[in-house]
Design a protein around this ligand. Sequence first.
Ligand SMILES: [Zn+2]
Length: 293
Amino acid sequence: MSYLSQPVGRQELEILISLSSVVSEFIMSETVHGVCTFLDQFAPLRTAESWDNVGLLLGDASREIDSLMTCLTLTPDVAAEAIKNKVGLIVAHHPILFRAVQRLTTDTTEGRMLLELAENRIAVYSPHTAFDSATGGINQQWCELLNLQQTQSLRPFDEEKAELSTGAGRCGDLPNPVSLSQLIQQVKGVCSLNHLQYVGNCDSEIRRVGVACGAAAEFMNEAALLDCDVLITGEARFHACLEARTKNISLIIVGHYASERFACEQLANALQTEFPKLTTRASEIESDPVNFG
Ligand SMILES: [Zn+2]
């Protein structure tokens, strides 16, 4: 006769209930793999650019974690923040180990940082260009911040990738035409910036806006072909600025950090909603290395 076929007393029932909650707590704990799976659905890695280095780049996928941190770039101070806060996983937008390495020693800054992260069993995942292009990714978030209508990608993906996302960069129409200087003021407000760089005539009329976060001024060609009056991007070289002026397309250059960092905070919020048991935060120590004098 089994134990449970006997009448169960109140005390035994309480023990069983508390045991089952302990067991379910154990079963339901989050793993690095679980978060990576969600991130791959949110920003499919197959849509990353071919030159990129994305996905789980450091760590043990099977490891159980109770906290994670997002950041734009994994620098030694951000790594120290993660170690101090006993974070299990860092979701860094920009990839580590971007260039091939043949040794990992304490002789280099990156080597020291990665060895320290490994010693503290902290995993690192980078979505990078997959996150730029994702349906809910950085460029799409820009469209929403500017209330752009009829949005489409600047560079559509091939058929295989197109099932997963519309493509790289975005463009869309403003609800009402504005002057370039009015749009500049709006962008400054969105990014909390006092200064930004721009190319173009302040009085020119802006109807259609292209967006390509990061160092992506080369998207001006696609933006011009799609009749964009302006491309908003993070960085542009001097010769790209000259080219924009020749092509008669305006540029609004907000800085690499401002063009992408806000999305790391949004990502931390999205991960917190998806994984309520995890303590999720965006790095608080990270800051823009570029200052305006
Ligand atoms: Zn970037």
